[in-house]
Design a protein around this ligand. Structure first.
Ligand code: FES
Ligand SMILES: [Fe+2]
Length: 344
């Protein structure tokens, strides 16, 4: 099995295809549903440049494109907050949290203009075990995308963990370079020496299942990780540590820049364990940052034309092979004639 050809990581055209075929068509992890507990609480995000938000309305959550129906301005700033109504900052059109247009100031006489024609565009949302996902135009039901992950995490008491912290990290490499890196433990001795000393690397195992790459290794004394790391198609991760877990979303900013949105969850959120939580988060982030330099330099080599696709290890890189097979399949889908997606 050969690595993907380097132009997959450097071409703006392939990136546009990734956005159209993967990011707008899959379920994307936004974080803890508990962050939207009061009416008006919202979270606004970008999914590979597509702006969406989820808000708690009177009768539950609603999810919309974060795009004004007038001339396309962003409605809510990215992040979390609370709103009563949704007011466009540009020309002050106002929508209710049910998506209906409520007010169009200073419009002028216009017999043809009907407020009901300009409701917000909706997107789909789903809550799974306390985690909130959205999908702009889902290719498959949530459970189907989740695949083997449902059974894999069934014994884990995820609902007992409370959200504590979100961290964003940005680096200059394609999202697939970072994903290739995440789904293998082959680089641990070279890139993470302290982490390497803290696990039994000889027993490191990587298994590709349906929609999931599971990596595991017996931890030695003193490692904060519990020895299991998971990546889920197309771009989210979940790792277990003592007393909690983290999740991440690997989000492309463009074809050569990526942000990671990490969220940390703990069972014990008492004052007495505050320092221990902060240390777990910092140790976690340290391991994550150790990967950036190798990703950046790999991106440069792919861009330079100086690299031809090399071989993948059967023992340690079957997660890379699985991810890249799914990518090839999504590109192949694009070459087929497409059925109309929003046929009425
Ligand atoms: S673009 Fe939003 S009101 Fe004009
Ligand atoms: Fe790493």
């Amino acid at each position: 099995m050969l690595n993907l050809d380097p132009h997959h990581y450097t071409s703006p055209d392939i990136h546009a295809s990734d956005v159209a075929n993967i990011f707008t068509r899959s379920w994307q992890l936004l974080g803890a549903a508990s962050r939207l507990s009061e009416r008006g609480d919202y979270i606004a995000v970008e999914i590979a440049g597509q702006k969406v938000f989820v808000v708690r309305a009177k009768d539950g959550l609603r999810a919309y494109r974060n795009v004004c129906r007038h001339r396309g301005a962003r409605l809510l700033p990215e992040g979390t907050g609370r709103c009563n109504t949704i007011r466009c900052p540009y020309h002050q059109w106002v929508w209710g949290d049910d998506g209906s247009l409520l007010n169009v100031p200073w419009w002028g006489d216009d017999a043809d203009f009907k407020m009901e024609d300009w409701a917000l565009d909706t997107v789909e949302w789903h809550i799974w075990r306390g985690l909130l996902f959205v999908a702009i135009d889902p290719e498959m039901p949530f459970e189907e995308q989740l695949g083997a992950t449902e059974a894999e995490l069934a014994p884990e008491p995820m609902e007992s963990y409370q959200w504590v912290h979100e961290e964003r990290l940005i680096f200059d490499a394609n999202w697939k370079i970072y994903t290739d890196n995440f789904v293998e433990g082959y680089h641990i001795p070279g890139i993470h020496p302290a982490f390497h000393r803290a696990i039994e690397f000889e027993a490191f195992e990587t298994v590709a299942l349906d929609g999931l790459v599971r990596m595991s290794a017996p931890p030695r004394e003193g490692l904060f990780y519990r020895g299991k790391w998971m990546w889920m198609w197309p771009n989210w991760t979940l790792s277990l540590f003592e007393g909690g877990m983290n999740t991440s979303r690997i989000n492309p900013i463009d074809h050569q820049r990526t942000e990671l949105i990490y969220n940390f969850y703990f069972a014990d959120t008492s004052e007495a364990t505050r320092a221990a939580r902060a240390k777990t988060i910092e140790d976690n982030l340290q391991v994550i940052r150790e990967d950036f330099e190798v990703c950046l330099e790999t991106q440069k080599n792919y861009r330079s034309g100086g690299y031809r696709a090399g071989p993948l290890s059967p023992r340690h890189e079957q997660g890379v092979a699985y991810f890249q097979d799914r990518l090839r399949a999504s590109l192949a889908n694009e070459e087929q004639p497409q059925e109309p997606r929003n046929a009425l």
